[in-house]
Design a protein around this ligand. Structure first.
Ligand code: ZN
Length: 411
C-alpha cells in the first residue's frame, strides 16, 4: 500500500485482436492503481477467444511434446535521446531473464509456495536474438533507429516506418519487440495470437526492459516482457479481465482482480472464494511487482505450446530460419550463391530428403541449434536423403559447403 502512495498510476495496455482478423482493439487496466477500467470489454471478450478450450482439445495431442521451441527475436530500438538508445547488454539481460522465466530457471523461483510450485512448469520455449534477417543476411537481431517522436502510446505507430517507427519483420518467422519511450502510464502492450501481421508483436518501455542498464525497481527483473510474451502466446490475466473471472486455464485459481506490489502468501479473502491458498499472485500473468512474479503453471504452458501445434497460430515459427545461419552474405561480401533448397518431410522422424533446384556436388553438415556438428556427408545430384533417426528431437540445420542452409525439425 505504501508503494501505491509513492508511485504514479501505471497503466499497462494490451492490444487485442479478433481471430477474424478485424482491427485491433484495446482494453486497459490500472496496474498500480486500484481502479479497474475496461472500456471495451466486448472487444476484450472477443480477444479472449484466441485460444478456446475446443481449439486446445483439437491441438493438445500434437503440441510437439518434448520439442524445444526456439523463437527468433528482433528488437527494434526507437530512440530520440542517448538514454533511450539502450545497450546491447541491456537487451541481452532481457533475453536472459525471459528464458529463465519461461524455463523455471529464475533464481527466485524458490519463493513460490509449495502448493503452487507443484503446479508450475517450464515451457521449453526459448528466445534467441535473430542471427539471420528476412533476406537471409547476418544480423545481430537488434535494430536501432533514431526518431523525433517524444514518446509513443498504444496506437501501434511505433511498428511502422511510415509513422516514424520501424517496420516489423515477417511475424511468421520472428517475434518483433519494439522498445521506446512510452508515455509514463504505459509499461508495454502486446498483440494476441491472430492480430494483423503488421501489428504482431510487443511494445515495451525502454526503462522496464531487461535487468541491467536503464532499469530500476520495481520494474527491473524483465517481467513486463515475460507477462507480455504470455499474452503474445495466448494467455489471459488470471482473472480473465472480469471480477472473479476465469482465464480458461484449469490450474490457475480464480481471483477477484489483479494484485499490486509485493503480496504475502496466502492472499485470501479478497472477495472471491478461491480457497485457503488464495490468489496465485506470483504468476507472471498477475500484476504484482517484478520481484513477486515467479511462475507459469502447467496449464498455461500447454496453452502457449498449443500455439505451435499443426495449424496453430504460431506454428510457422517452427520453420523460421531467423535463428539459423545466414544463407545470403552481407551485401559487401556478396558472392554468387544461388538456387533454392528444400527439405521434406519437415518435421522428419527417420529420414529427410534435401532437394536442390540444380545439381550440386559437395559436402554437407547437420548442426543442432547450438551450432554443434552432428552428421556429415556428401551430395551429388539434385537430392540427397539423410538418415536423421539418430538425432535428438528439436531444430537442426543442413548446411552445404556453398553456404546454403536449410532448417528442419527432428520430431
Ligand atoms: Zn497483461
Amino acid at each position: 500500500m505504501r508503494k501505491l502512495l509513492a508511485v504514479a498510476v501505471i497503466i499497462v495496455l494490451h492490444t487485442t485482436a479478433y481471430t477474424q482478423d478485424r482491427c485491433a482493439a484495446i482494453h486497459e487496466h490500472g496496474n498500480n492503481a486500484r481502479t479497474y477500467k475496461n472500456p471495451q470489454s466486448a472487444d476484450a471478450e472477443h480477444a479472449t477467444r484466441a485460444v478456446s478450450p475446443a481449439q486446445l482439445q483439437q491441438t493438445g495431442s500434437i503440441t510437439h511434446a518434448g520439442l524445444r521451441i526456439v523463437i527468433p527475436v528482433v528488437v527494434h530500438i526507437l530512440y530520440r535521446t542517448p538514454q533511450e538508445n539502450i545497450s546491447d547488454d541491456q537487451v541481452r539481460s532481457q533475453l536472459e531473464a525471459l528464458n529463465a522465466d519461461f524455463n523455471r530457471e529464475n533464481t527466485d523461483f524458490g519463493k513460490v509456495p509449495p502448493v503452487f510450485a507443484a503446479r508450475s512448469a517450464p515451457t521449453d520455449i526459448r528466445f534467441v536474438l535473430a542471427t539471420v534477417d528476412p533476406q537471409g543476411r547476418p544480423t545481430s537481431g537488434i535494430i536501432r533507429k533514431q526518431t523525433t517522436a517524444q514518446l509513443w502510446i498504444n496506437d501501434n505507430r511505433i511498428k511502422s516506418n511510415q509513422s516514424g517507427g520501424s517496420d516489423g519483420w515477417d511475424s511468421r518467422g520472428y517475434l518483433n519487440i519494439w522498445v521506446g519511450k512510452l508515455s509514463s502510464s504505459l509499461l508495454g502492450y502486446s498483440s494476441f495470437p491472430g492480430a494483423p501481421a503488421a501489428h504482431d508483436g510487443i511494445v515495451i518501455r525502454h526503462d522496464v526492459f531487461g535487468t541491467r542498464g536503464a532499469v530500476s525497481p520495481p520494474w527491473n527483473k524483465g517481467r513486463t516482457l515475460t507477462h507480455e510474451v504470455g499474452h503474445w502466446l495466448g494467455l489471459k490475466h488470471l482473472w480473465g479481465d472480469a471480477p472473479c473471472g476465469d482465464d480458461g486455464v484449469d490450474d490457475t485459481p480464480r481471483q477477484k482482480t489483479g494484485n499490486r506490489g509485493t503480496p504475502v502468501f496466502p492472499r485470501v479473502n479478497t472477495g472471491c472464494d478461491n480457497g485457503a491458498e488464495g490468489d496465485m499472485f506470483m504468476n507472471f500473468m498477475d500484476f504484482s511487482d517484478d520481484a513477486s512474479l515467479l511462475m507459469f503453471t502447467k496449464g498455461q504452458s500447454a496453452v502457449m505450446r498449443a500455439q505451435f501445434a499443426a495449424g496453430g497460430v504460431r506454428s510457422a515459427l517452427l520453420l523460421s530460419k531467423g535463428a539459423g545461419e545466414p544463407w545470403a552474405l552481407a551485401p559487401e561480401n556478396k558472392v554468387s550463391v544461388t538456387g533454392s533448397v528444400s527439405a521434406y518431410p519437415n518435421p522428419a522422424r527417420s529420414a529427410i530428403t534435401i532437394r536442390f533446384d540444380a545439381a550440386v556436388s559437395g559436402t554437407y553438415v547437420i548442426c543442432d541449434d547450438a551450432g554443434r556438428t552432428l552428421l556429415r556427408g556428401t551430395i551429388k545430384g539434385t537430392a540427397v536423403t539423410i538418415d536423421v533417426s539418430s538425432l535428438r528431437t528439436g531444430i537442426h540445420f543442413v548446411r552445404m559447403d556453398d553456404g546454403r542452409v536449410q532448417r528442419f525439425i527432428r520430431e
